[in-house]
Design a protein around this ligand. Sequence first.
Ligand SMILES: Cc1cc2nc3c(=O)[nH]c(=O)nc-3n(C[C@H](O)[C@H](O)[C@H](O)COP(=O)(O)OP(=O)(O)OC[C@H]3O[C@@H](n4cnc5c(N)ncnc54)[C@H](O)[C@@H]3O)c2cc1C
Length: 382
Amino acid sequence: MQNHQSVIVVGGGVAGSSIAWHIARRGESVTLVEARSIAAVASGASAGGVRQQGRDPREMPLAIAANKRWLTLEDELDADLHYYRNGHLVAYATEEQVAVGEASVEKQRQLGLEIEMVEGSALFELSPGLAPQFIAGSYTANDGHADPKITTQSFARAAERAGADIREGVEILDLVRDGDRIIGVRTRNETLFADHVVLATGAWTRELVQPLGIDLPITVHGLQMILTQPMPSLLKQVVGAADRPLSLKQLREGNYLIGGGWPGDIDMDSGQGTVRDESVQGSYQTASDVFPMVGKADIERAWVGMEAFCPDDVPIIANLPGYEGITVVAGFCGHGFALSPITGQLVSELVLDGTPSIPLDAFAADRFSDEQRDRVIDPSAG
Ligand SMILES: Cc1cc2nc3c(=O)[nH]c(=O)nc-3n(C[C@H](O)[C@H](O)[C@H](O)COP(=O)(O)OP(=O)(O)OC[C@H]3O[C@@H](n4cnc5c(N)ncnc54)[C@H](O)[C@@H]3O)c2cc1C
């Protein structure tokens, strides 16, 4: 029989909260330490898309497995997550885009994704409000969206009900080591010890591991979102469009939520961002061009969330090489919300059992080439 383990999870975003839940539900001792409040940074600012379509081939097995978990997540967490499984549609306006789309659909099918092309009148039957310029779309009926803040908080509350110690407003200043083993974390007031430390610290992960002599090439970018006033219900799917930075959905109350990787400015001290006028205008115009009803809705508010990016567009989910007792889970490149149920599951397996049920080799912390380390990130590409 395995001995009980104690785990400290640093970071109360959707990754850390899900990890804490998955560890607590197995009856192990877990403390989640969050410097601000649960869902205060990327996870509270997110667009909440639960999408498999278009994922990197390395990430696709996780995206598909996560999607299965989303089916029962509301029951599991005993919470209304505002989860809608109404599909994701990428619209194409030219024959060239359709050809590229068809090739991509074929590749994604080979990776096990349920995806189809929708053409002509079928496109407008599926999504009646789409602008008439579009001629086809790639469609994943099982994709959808949920409320990112509620989901993150629900993971944390479920973890707490299962016995996790959730501490908000407590910053970890550094890691405590005994040789090459990480044995705890230090806050302003105390040192906490554990068998294992998980860093799910998003934008701050690079600086936390730097004292260990490891430079993780994680960079931080501001991604902007717009919420409009509520409008009558018309849009069921999440809609994107080829060659344009767009993710568009209509929420339960009727507001359109518009994203797609439009840039904003960030402040690492506060963890908050500031909008740029040109991004607000560009994003709103793009959404209105693709789905004209958006142009009739006034903007209610806009905000910027801070997201951590790895240079090859997939996250780090790995034990830190050269050290024992530490796992890094960060750099989700704009995809971390959809993955969160499987991220928590796989990290709990990695930490408690030593082997995750889906291999995580592609997400190693030491996989980056020099060329990748120098790469300039385009946040709208994800
Ligand atoms: C605008 C926007 C739109 C997005 N849209 C989507 C989408 O549609 N679909 C999707 O799948 N993903 C989307 N994402 C990405 C997704 O939201 C993120 O990948 C995910 O929320 C990252 O979660 P996290 O837990 O890794 O990071 P975070 O939510 O940033 O959490 C990290 C936490 O660690 C805490 N922390 C850091 N350092 C310390 C320390 N020293 N001590 C204690 N605590 C610390 C921080 O305060 C923070 O709360 C979007 C992101 C943004 C910003």
